[in-house]
Design a protein around this ligand. Structure first.
Ligand SMILES: O=c1ccn([C@@H]2O[C@H](COP(=O)(O)OP(=O)(O)O[C@H]3O[C@H](CO)[C@@H](O)[C@H](O)[C@H]3O)[C@@H](O)[C@H]2O)c(=O)[nH]1
Length: 463
């Protein structure tokens, strides 16, 4: 594609932050921009926190050698330098504190980019740079539109509260949206002084300085919230919100440990897939109960077990994590894996009929894309807000009494009963299939395609 009036290609620079949940949608956006004929610069921040991120970045760059990589080396932080022990949040803060090193990198790009799309966690750090370079600044919000509505409206809520660090009342009534119960707010947001809370509240105030907000979602999942943004109801003066369906791409495919052969032998829609994403460690006690639940559910299963936050620390064998007895019992009923699997290929397989998920937003979008109903089991962060989207769109079930991670250990019988409900529900199957069709229409020739077109037009006009 050439820019109107000139034959110079549109050049977009992308700055993701740490964690697969953030990197993956950025690389899907990059692939989509390349498909539209854009020139793409990918800013990679080093050191990289997880092995999964290192692998994905190198696969992406090998698949698209035309992409320019700009390496941004940041000064790592320790837990005593910032109020967090989470290696991914520490990396966000490390990037923010090293941001002065970004300006010369961006200035070195030729031709200069027409826009920078940066991660949501970097907003207030990046604004002075894009302002001084006169570079349009967009963010890619990597969670749901509903979560974005909370992010945008939260400063207003806090300013009206008697306690400056906590909203008053039991719920947050985001204008134009469905109220968000206080019990669904990320627990770290209610922890005064936490690194997450300070980034969230500081950056939420700066949204009006941005040029636009890209969100990875579909109308069929979040119609009310997207309408509230369209009507300008959420916060006055917010820049445009572009709902882009950033769906899995071929470059992500990994053969490796994905049990595709085993899936081939299972009846259609019979298998339940269990995964809690790329950065959540399930407690050993809960792991044992999940194992019992899977066995009592009667469905064959693929279960990805993860008991360390960062994959580099993941040294224990499955026998050690599950215990010999459980490993022996499970053997003929399903598959348990500890390594990275290709979730997209699993969800896209005809044998898979349900997904027990922590409600990481990428997992929700991938389940919607493949029409796989979810059993929502949010653990931390934005995940209860996302679980509400799953429940209200009819894409899945949410047993609210299961709470946040660490609040209760959900017993095996309860897990098994809910999996049976998930796998046996005809209405969930039908609604998930409907959402899949709507998502595909939106991406191929509907609202997501239109949003991407508008964005490209605007960048062209600005360049
Ligand atoms: O073995 C695995 C494990 C994960 N994935 C992929 O990894 C991504 C995981 O992303 P997500 O489902 O969003 O979960 P998290 O990794 O937990 O993502 C973080 O980032 C998300 C986006 O901001 C938030 O919604 C989550 O709460 C936050 O934990 C998805 O694309 C999965 O398909 C695999 O392919 N194989």
């Amino acid at each position: 594609m050439t820019s109107s009036g000139s034959d110079r290609r549109l050049h977009v620079a992308l700055l993701p932050s740490a964690g697969m949940g953030h990197l993956t949608p950025f690389l899907r956006l990059a692939a989509s921009l390349l498909n539209h004929g854009c020139q793409v610069t990918l800013i990679t921040t080093h050191p990289i926190v997880s092995k999964a991120e290192t692998t994905l970045i190198s696969t992406f760059l090998a698949t698209f050698p035309q992409v320019k990589e700009l390496q941004f080396h940041v000064q790592p932080l320790g837990p005593s330098d910032a109020n967090s022990t989470d290696p991914f949040f520490l990396q966000w803060e490390a990037i923010r504190r090293s941001i002065h090193l970004l300006s010369p990198l961006l200035s070195s790009l030729s031709p200069p980019p027409s826009a920078l799309v940066a991660d949501v966690s970097l907003i207030s750090a990046v604004i002075p740079i894009t302002t001084s370079l006169k570079l349009p600044h967009y963010i890619l919000f990597t969670s749901s539109a509903r979560m974005f509505s909370l992010f945008a409206y939260y400063p207003t809520v806090l300013s009206a509260s008697s306690d400056a660090s906590s909203p008053s009342g039991d719920s947050i009534a985001v204008p134009g949206g469905i109220p968000i119960p206080k019990s669904s707010i990320p627990p770290l947001l209610l922890k005064p002084g936490s690194l997450f809370a300070s980034i969230f509240t500081e950056d939420g105030k700066k949204l009006k300085s941005l040029d636009g907000i890209l969100i990875n979602t579909f109308e069929s999942l979040e119609p009310e919230t997207l309408n509230a943004f369209k009507g300008g109801k959420v916060v006055d003066g917010l820049p445009n919100v572009y709902p882009l369906g950033l769906v899995p791409c071929d470059f992500e495919k990994r053969a490796g440990n994905t049990p595709l052969k085993w899936l081939e032998d299972q009846p259609t829609r019979s298998v339940v897939y269990v995964s809690f994403g790329s950065r959540f460690a399930v407690s050993r006690e809960q792991i044992k109960e999940i194992g019992k639940g899977l066995m009592s559910s009667g469905s064959p299963f693929i279960w990805v077990v993860k008991d360390k936050k960062v994959d580099k620390d993941d040294g224990d064998s499955l026998d050690k994590i599950l215990g010999d007895e459980l490993v022996e019992k499970i053997k003929n009923k399903g598959l348990v894996v500890k390594e990275w699997v290709d979730q997209e290929q699993i969800l896209g397989h005809k044998a898979v009929g349900g997904f027990v998920s922590h409600c990481g937003w990428n997992s929700v979008v991938e389940a919607a894309w493949h029409g796989v109903p979810l059993l929502a089991w949010p653990q931390f962060g934005d995940q209860k807000v996302n679980a509400h989207v799953i429940e209200s769109s009819g894409l899945g079930l949410w047993p609210k009494s299961w709470g946040w991670a660490g609040e209760v250990v959900v017993k095996g019988e309860e897990v098994g009963a809910r999996i049976e409900e998930l796998m046996g529900s005809e209405s969930l199957k039908l609604q998930a299939a409907h959402i899949r069709e709507e998502a595909r229409k939106a991406v191929v020739d509907g609202s997501c395609k239109d949003a991407m077109k508008q964005l490209l037009e605007m960048w062209k006009n600005d360049s």
